[in-house]
Design a protein around this ligand. Structure first.
Ligand SMILES: Cc1cc2nc3c(=O)[nH]c(=O)nc-3n(C[C@H](O)[C@H](O)[C@H](O)COP(=O)(O)OP(=O)(O)OC[C@H]3O[C@@H](n4cnc5c(N)ncnc54)[C@H](O)[C@@H]3O)c2cc1C
Length: 340
């Protein structure tokens, strides 16, 4: 399972079943008239609610403070990972994990898409919650530790690297465990402070949160007309020859490969945009355009232009992953006004 694709599919299915989705909407404060009556102040207005699930990840402590719970403190660690080119995907077929101590991990594993992922080296303390930079020195450490497990791993095969911040919290009964519980000060508010392996545990956590909401008094009734099936879309590269012929007959844009490394076609990119991908990272996570050896060097501009064209905005307004992450600052040959 590739987590972003899975999450996107779940959200699409929830929308099919009536969920109102607010993307790029920051929770700035939470006001309380009385118990079970909260005003969630967001960047797009105020939402009134009786129940609230605080699943804000690294910001779970800040949301908790908004309802008066000041005792969730997070302990953060930073882990670095790198992706290897598909040309060396034969190196391992299963996860190889070196479990030597609490302060580091050594991992070489295939990904859902056939690359190899290595990580995470010695954990360090991030300077802040957005400290996801990777130094050359740290990357070399990760490669060296991967080599201890699989000697043929080489830094020249690294196509990208990234860091993530993991959290533990002081409210958990056992250090390292999750804290999932109803607020002690604000009835109807459920906090879910989860660190690793929060992704693997997510379905079970969801069931537990439903139970907590029910215990808090939320009336729940099984939705009789629940739509179980969400229609995905076929990857052109993975299709058989006859399927490809059918896909091409249905839409000739399957014949235009935009991302050469991952063989992603124009039709797939446009389908991702039609379904709501509104940043270059969103298109990348849904289609893999930009995830290959060149890391978007060739297709990045193309994807950006498709987003601008189909969203009816200027290329200067297209972002990598939301407000502030603009990629084009102006035009060299034409005046900006001509691009509207
Ligand atoms: C390097 C690394 C490796 C890991 N490996 C594994 C693994 O192998 N297996 C595993 O199971 N887990 C793993 N984890 C842990 C896993 O990624 C996390 O436990 C999980 O993502 C936490 O999910 P979450 O929904 O609580 O938080 P998140 O996924 O962080 O989601 C929180 C969401 O809340 C939003 N948000 C925050 N504040 C606000 C606000 N004020 N207003 C609006 N929205 C807000 C954020 O934008 C975000 O979308 C790893 C983590 C790291 C960093």
């Amino acid at each position: 399972i590739y987590a972003p694709e899975w999450t996107f599919a779940l959200v699409e299915n929830a929308v099919q079943n009536g969920l109102e989705l607010y993307l790029s909407t920051e929770v700035k404060d939470i006001g309380r008239e009385k118990d079970f009556q909260y005003d969630v102040v967001t960047s797009k207005g105020i939402l009134g609610t009786r129940y609230l699930v605080n699943a804000a990840g690294l910001f779970v402590d800040e949301i908790a403070r908004m309802v008066g719970d000041n005792d969730i403190k997070l302990i953060l660690t930073k882990g670095v990972m790198a992706i290897l080119d598909k040309s060396v995907s034969h190196l391992v077929r299963n996860m190889v994990y070196g479990s030597y101590g609490k302060d580091h991990s050594q991992l070489v594993t295939p990904t859902a898409h056939g690359n190899i992922l290595i990580g995470m080296g010695y954990f360090t303390c991030p300077e802040h919650k957005a400290d996801t930079g990777v130094s050359g020195e740290k990357l070399s450490e990760v490669v060296e530790m991967a080599k201890e497990l699989i000697p043929a791993v080489s830094e020249k095969d690294v196509i990208t690297s990234f860091a993530g911040i993991r959290s533990e919290n002081t409210k958990a009964q056992v250090m390292g465990d999750f804290y999932i519980g109803e607020s002690e000060h604000a009835p109807g508010v459920i906090h879910a402070a989860i660190g690793s392996p929060g992704l693997t545990a997510a379905p079970a956590i969801a069931e537990y949160v439903i139970e907590l909401l029910s215990r808090a008094g939320m009336a729940m009734e099984e939705k009789k007309d629940f739509k179980k099936h969400r229609t995905g879309w076929r990857r052109f590269e993975e299709a058989s020859f006859s399927e490809k012929e059918k896909m091409l007959a249905s839409d000739p844009r399957y014949g235009h490969v935009v991302c050469r490394c991952e063989q992603v076609t124009e039709a797939e990119i446009l389908e991702a945009i039609r379904r709501g991908a509104d940043t270059t990272d969103a298109v990348k996570h849904l289609t893999r355009a930009g995830m290959g050896r060149c890391q978007g060097g060739f297709c990045g501009t193309g994807v950006l232009n498709y987003l601008a064209r189909y969203m009816g905005i200027s290329p200067t307004d297209v972002t990598k992953k939301g407000v502030g992450s603009y990629q084009v600052c102006g035009f060299t040959k034409e005046k900006r006004s001509q691009h509207g």
